[in-house]
Design a protein around this ligand. Sequence first.
Ligand code: PEP
Ligand code: MG
Length: 872
Amino acid sequence: MVGIVIVSHSALLAAGVQELARQMVQNAVPLASAAGIDDAENPLGTDVMAIQEAIASVYSQDGVLVLMDLGSAVLSAEMAWELLTTEQQANVKLCAAPLVEGTIAAAVQAATGASLEAVIAAAQNALTAKASQLSVEHPSSVSPKPSPIESAEITQEIHLMVQNPLGLHARPAAQFVTTSSRFQSQIGLQNITKGTEKVNGKSINQVVTLGVRQGDEIAISAAGSDAAAALSALQQLVENKFGESDSIQNVGAVGAVGAQGLRPHPDQFTESDSKSRYSDSQPSIPHNLSGIPVSPGIAIAPILFYPVDSLQDGKKNESILSQFSLPVAAQFTDNPEAEWQQLQTALSTAKSEIQQIRQKTAKVTGEAEAAIFDAHLLCLSDPLLLDAIHQHVFDEQKSAVAAWQAVINETIISYQEIEDSYLQARAADIADVGQRVLRLLIGEELPLLQLSNPTILVANDLSPSQLMQLDLTNIMGICTATGGATSHLGILARSRGIPTVMGVGYDLLRLENGTVIGLNGETGQIWIEPDTAQIQQLETLRDKQLATAAALKAKAQQPASTRDGHRINVMANIANVTDAQLAQSNGADGVGLLRSEFLYLKKEEAPTAAQQEEIYRAIAQIISPHPLIIRTLDIGGDKSLPYLDKTQEDNPFLGWRGIRVLLDCPDLFKTQLSAILRASHEHPIKLLLPMVTSVGEIRATKQLIAQVKADLREREIPFNETIEIGIMVEVPAAVALADKLAAEVNFFSIGTNDLSQYVMAADRTNTQVTALADAFEPAVLRMIQQTVKAAHKVGISVAVCGELAGDVLAIPILVGLGVDELSLNPAAIPRIKAGLALWTMADVDAIAPEVLQFDSAEAVKSYVAGRLKIMG
Ligand code: PEP
Ligand code: MG
């Protein structure tokens, strides 16, 4: 097989080109590079001897092709060639093709076993595909169902050059259509460069499919009373480059809705499809990604985007609507008016759903990404689409479902037929919107996902309730583009022991369903399509981790103490009965935090007192004889209840949350208090109040408790009269008032997840700032110290139940600060019990005050890690 040598001034450049070529041919072609020189100060240059060695390393009778970057690289390559024997010179050719394209084309050709001449020809023609892709050619098929504007109506027309980097992709197209729609005039748009027909400028589908790219000339026409104003507004929009900066942005991901809108992975391209699939606007996906390590463990499996629109694992869902088959009886109607109304209702619900996703995306990831949903919204009011559906319903008497399905499918197919990878990908956006409306029309919930094969779940964002709906059996790992370690999704993943990496960024969403990835939940690393060696490495690491975990679990039923015998209860944070079982089997000394809100999520209405009591009793039974601490409903922040009348808040973590909601909804609160009190009969159950900021909130709660108790007494229902009441210390106000609050309650439980976000002023769900909300920050640790001091002064106990308690590095600090109990995700209990046994009280008493003086969380962690290392 012909070998290929890359000669470059830059070792990095050569490595990149080599990697690209290697991926293309799956290691099938001998590749070598000679690049850079051995001079640390000035590493750019070429070395004749290195080139000679590279040629020798891939040399065979089949020949070697040498590709160079420029200048002295060519001279050096010529000199290296001259040093070859005459026989070798006959088989080694230098090639003037461009380095990147030439190398890739040559490698692809060589992989077919082609002759040296054929490989040279491929390299020399390497620019043809790119040139033809960039050239002016566009068939009329560009526009699905074009409806040309009547030229007689046109009163004015302007010609402009589109200058923003990605042309009229989804976001600018949405802006164009929104602006056009503000005017009464008919707006026409034509891509002059590509020679398309004029289309309706108020139709998102038509505007997008014109395939307008940077540098294309467009003609905008307007006919009507406000034509001049419309043209002026549109001109301004185009000339302002639609508000885009000159840097290319990733427009592939559609955000929180899942798998649609994915862009092809360049490494999966072959030469034959490169023309249709390559896009100059498409930055390539790196082979490795990384994010925030959230839940430890190794996972290697194909990915599946969630939510999925089909129960079939791993299917791409671009043509999902055609898979939905409608019984014939449901395809036609006698009452078109009612069907039309039904469609209008579904469209308006879909709009408000998308608006909510848009709002959330804007908050979590930024306005630029959120604006993609504008295209979805416009699709719902696209006049052409609606006209077509209207025709189906009123002229052909089709049902709303059948009409919607037919028109959306036609639109999807029109997009898919266009020879433009960017526009093909937009078919997925249409499918996404189409699927949403279809689901509303047929009244179906998102399907409960049951996977038959090991899978890594990938999402832009996943809510805690979405995760709770899933059967986790075959979910090997979770990976999200946004979010942070102390988000409730992260907490749930950790408690279920699912390796998880979050906050990976939008490149993640450009992968294809079914792509195999490896992830390390401890380091946050992700390998895309790992090779055999990488898989072997990961599997070895995974086996080692699993063996260590099994050994620790075997010892975890023993009580936990420091090496010198100081007992600390290591308890579990749980969400439901399944977690309780896991906690029990992992050796939990009780449940330190039952997040009761998970009983309320994903329900039509709040659970009754009887339903709650049954669950509390079941959990108490499982964890018996150890105590169960039930935290009353902590809704708000990143958890919401559909049946609670909660208006959208700009800053939900600073909003109507925790005890504030409970005191404003006394019936809801009293129902829960009653359930807890009833379950407290015969079980060691305690009550924990979330998000307390004032003495008044505790007193108001106590009054409600007194009322509930009186009611139970009257009805002769037994309960624990002396049930203990504690509060979460998780806002700075509670720390400042710790002495006063301690006088009101029986115990404190410090919620370091919230305490960190509020002390550090960094939203725990916001990828951009979540690193700041680090509980190892000395500012947070000092708050813990202050809380413990105030509590111990009046003789009440203090637990830490935030994620910090599940971190091995935090043990000596928390114990050294005097914390009495730790409560953490059940999966980490064996590790923490073993970690505690490494220290003596003398160790921790020295470490805790020391780290309070450090400057940063990093310094704290590396200090404790260093101490652990010394101890071996
Ligand atoms: C905390 O804030 O640390 C805590 C344990 O509660 P949650 O994570 O449920 O807000
Ligand atoms: Mg909290």
